[in-house]
Write a new protein. Structure first.
Length: 277
DNA sequence: CCCCAGTCCTGCGGGC
DNA sequence: TGCCCGCAGGACTGGG
């Protein structure tokens, strides 16, 4: 579930590790399948100890620790992963601890209940070309209108499905795709290539307003309670969702019941009245 | 290039 | 009470 607003909130709350030095890498064994690590654990154990954490960055849904030798460690939380400097929700799903030295937090943890999250080490000076430019599209928070149209405007895919393609624009997942399209008053099923310029202007504006609003509320913590920022605090944007998870409830704009449909095997929520062509 | 279905994983809640 | 099943979905894979 962590999408751009949740990972950005993680970044802001984990920034106090900047300037700290890594003392030790500790892989936590459990009954669950081991954490997926690229290229492999030995490389991380060899590289990290002694390195100073220079910056904590975010790109799309990835959180990136950039070290003093320009090597970088990217956390990808996927569905249930958390990066924490406080105690985790439980101890049995703790996957990794970095022991830290310095005036700030003593430890940085990666916790993941479902184990879909990944960890990836990048050689010095390579993370931006490999991850940020290679694998991901421009960040959804800062993408320009022209770039948005150039990257998705020609597709026959439904606009909601296209907005979630991380190679085209990075950071929007299932929850915020529905919220953005409601805010933009664009039907989620409309093929990208049938959208008009005014649709793209509204989508571009809604990307900024919805994602920034969600960041202000520190992201969404759904009913399962999983999502927490690095200080183990839940978000509150779930109290401001207009359509996500609200099937059958009245649209906040026109009171028409919100619809739920399935697109690309995922739930989409929208208002059939407000979101018309 | 494009698009779709299947897969990974764990916890939870409904049905019986 | 216990068990089975479906569901949640990000990103990757393989097929057409």
């Amino acid at each position: 579930m962590p999408e751009l607003p949740e990972v950005e909130t993680m970044r802001r709350t984990v920034r106090e590790v900047e300037g700290q030095r890594v003392l030790q890498v500790r892989w936590v064994r459990s009954r669950f399948r081991p954490l997926v690590v690229r290229p492999h654990r030995a490389a991380i154990c060899r590289t990290l100890p002694g390195r100073k954490i220079q910056q904590v960055r975010r790109r799309g849904k990835y959180l990136v620790l950039v070290f003093d030798d320009r090597s970088a460690l990217a956390f990808h939380p996927r569905m249930t992963g958390l990066v924490l400097v406080e105690d985790p929700p439980d101890w049995e799903h703790l996957r990794l601890e970095l022991r830290l030295q310095g005036p700030g937090p003593r430890v940085l943890r990666f916790w993941d209940r479902r184990g879909l999250g990944t960890l990836e080490l990048f050689a010095p000076g390579t993370w931006e070309t490999q991850l940020a430019q290679g694998r991901l599209g421009p960040d959804a928070l800062t993408i320009s209108l022209g770039e948005l149209r150039r990257r998705v405007g020609h597709l026959r895919a439904p606009v909601k499905v296209a907005l979630m393609d991380q190679q085209r624009l990075a950071g929007v997942g299932n929850l915020y795709a529905s919220e953005v399209l409601f805010q933009a008053r664009v039907p989620p099923t409309l093929p990208c290539c049938r959208l008009e310029p005014h649709h793209w202007r509204r989508i571009h504006r809604a990307l900024r307003t919805v994602l920034e609003e969600a960041i202000r509320y520190e992201g969404s913590t759904l009913a399962d309670g999983t999502y927490r920022n690095a200080l183990n605090r839940p978000g509150s944007y779930q109290n401001h969702h207009r359509v996500y998870g609200r099937a059958g409830q009245p649209c906040p704009r026109c009171k028409t019941p919100i619809c739920r449909i399935v697109q690309a095997q995922r739930s989409t929520f929208f208002c059939p009245q407000c979101q018309k062509v």
